[in-house]
Design a protein around this ligand. Structure first.
Ligand SMILES: Nc1ncnc2c1ncn2[C@@H]1O[C@H](COP(=O)(O)OP(=O)(O)OP(=O)(O)O)[C@@H](O)[C@H]1O
Ligand SMILES: [Mg+2]
Length: 438
């Protein structure tokens, strides 16, 4: 593993240049812009653009700056561990750390500050998912949408497979659209290792379960397990995230009332919710597969309604879950997942186009090969953690054999060869720019 480098010798202000593993960061101190709704991170301009070796599919002249107070945040958040993990991870689809500074406490600012510098990416996955043109009916063609969705899904699964293949394996523990960003050429980047860990770091019986983002939290966390497989959390969250590529768009809804659970309206277990997050969001949103808007009961109900209510026979681990035996749940039979994913590319007729999808006649599903993602999502979303498909299995060549997947050009990607005129000859970045403004 790479040696952790907190750059402790650098000047104590984030605006000063410093180096991590020899990489110079030349930040223009006057250029730093505070986080916006679109980009929840400080953004700074560089006086010398990042070299290709450091760019990692990000914006050449800019850098993202994340500042976290050392030790302030709710457990198990741990910025030191975040820095250490990021410094040791190297993968095309994992956020690279350019530099990290520790600003020691002073009398006027008594809490030490960690500052992480990373490449900046122009698009966040939630923005793409709520873009009406990122659906098969409103994209320039349905094969356009299919190529984008498959290519992005494949990269996201690669990121998780890489984390889980490390020695010791790394569990992200907060996979969801909020923690996925996208480069101009279509590179998917997994971010936010604030609650991640190496397997074995938390002791069995003492593991944190108040973690993750509500619609992506698996049953074992909802039922307060303190002894769980942290990699299996990622597999469930990956399944729920991939499913969201194919759920319908929905009209905006009002945020849930303040008496709701200890999560914000995006369902994060937030430690720093602010009043301005209560404002009404007028943009359309992508339906989450599971209900993350209200209580754990609503989330549990939505899981059981789709996957069927488990029993101790089908979910033996539940015998050890503190709160499972306290409740009696209505026995729901499992529903076909396909019905909930109307936008999933398939050769059979689509079931329910979204009310916001404009012209169903544009859809030409019969020309598309069946997506491997239905089987993958089904395999990942198993109530019993031990039955979930591994990320490596989800990535197997066998599953993806008949499907065209494009890589970003900066990762050696080529142009599309199938899918008809609106797609053929285009790069992943060109397909992306056709559906979303960057
Ligand atoms: N390198 C980056 N480029 C572009 N946007 C980024 C980058 N890093 C983070 N963001 C945006 O900022 C948001 C917050 O970043 P991150 O998730 O790392 O921080 P956090 O403090 O853990 O916040 P949260 O509580 O929202 O998860 C992300 O959801 C993403 O939209
Ligand atoms: Mg985050």
């Amino acid at each position: 593993m790479a040696t952790p480098d907190y750059n402790l010798d650098s000047p104590t202000t984030l605006l000063a240049p410093g180096t991590l593993q020899g990489a110079p960061i030349n930040l223009d101190p006057t250029s730093v812009v505070a986080p916006s709704r679109e980009q929840g991170i400080y953004v700074g301009s560089l006086t010398v653009p990042l070299t290709d070796a450091l760019l990692h599919g990000g914006e050449a002249g800019k850098v993202a700056i994340k500042s976290v107070e050392d030790g302030r945040v709710r457990l198990p958040r741990n910025v030191r561990r975040e820095v250490r993990l990021l410094a040791g991870l190297q993968h095309d689809n994992i956020l690279p750390l350019l530099n990290a500074y520790l600003t020691p406490p002073t009398s006027s600012a008594p809490i030490a500050l960690f500052t992480l510098l990373t490449p900046l990416y122009p698009l966040a996955l939630p923005t793409l998912l709520s873009t009406p043109s990122f659906t098969p009916t409103t994209a320039p063609s349905s094969s356009h949408f299919a190529l984008l969705a498959h290519s992005f899904a494949h990269q996201l699964i690669s990121a998780v497979a890489y984390l889980h293949s490390r020695d010791p394996p790394v569990a992200h523990r907060d996979i969801g659209p909020n923690n996925v960003i996208i480069g101009r050429e279509g590179r998917i980047v997994l971010i936010d290792f604030g609650i991640s860990l190496e397997v074995g770091e938390e002791k069995e019986g003492e593991m944190h379960f108040e973690i993750g983002t509500q619609p992506y939290r698996p049953p074992e966390l909802i039922f307060a397990s303190k002894t769980y497989d942290p990699l299996a959390l990622d597999l469930w969250a990956l399944g729920a995230t991939l499913a969201e590529f194919f759920t319908p768009l929905e009209a905006p809804t009002r945020p849930s009332p303040p008496s709701s659970p200890p999560s914000d309206r995006n369902g994060r277990w937030a430690d720093d919710m602010s009043d301005d997050e209560e404002e009404f969001d007028s943009a359309p949103g992508r339906q989450t597969l599971f209900d993350g808007s209200r209580t754990d009961f609503a989330l549990t109900g939505s899981i059981f309604k789709l996957l069927g209510t488990p029993t101790l026979n089908t979910w033996p681990e539940a015998a050890n879950l503190p709160s499972f035996g306290h409740f009696r749940f209505s026995p729901f039979p499992p529903e076909p997942l396909r019905q909930r994913l109307p936008n999933l590319p398939t050769s059979s007729a689509p079931s329910h186009p979204s009310p916001l999808d404009s012209d169903p006649s544009l859809r030409s599903p019969s020309s598309l090969p069946n997506s491997p993602l239905l089987g993958i999502i089904e395999g990942l979303l198993k109530i019993s953690a031990s039955q979930r498909m591994s990320a490596r299995e989800a990535l197997s060549d066998e599953r993806w054999r008949d499907i065209e997947v494009l890589k970003p050009v900066d990762l050696g990607g080529s142009r599309a060869t199938t899918g008809g005129d609106s797609v053929e000859g285009k790069t992943l970045g060109e397909l992306l720019i056709d559906v979303v403004h960057l």
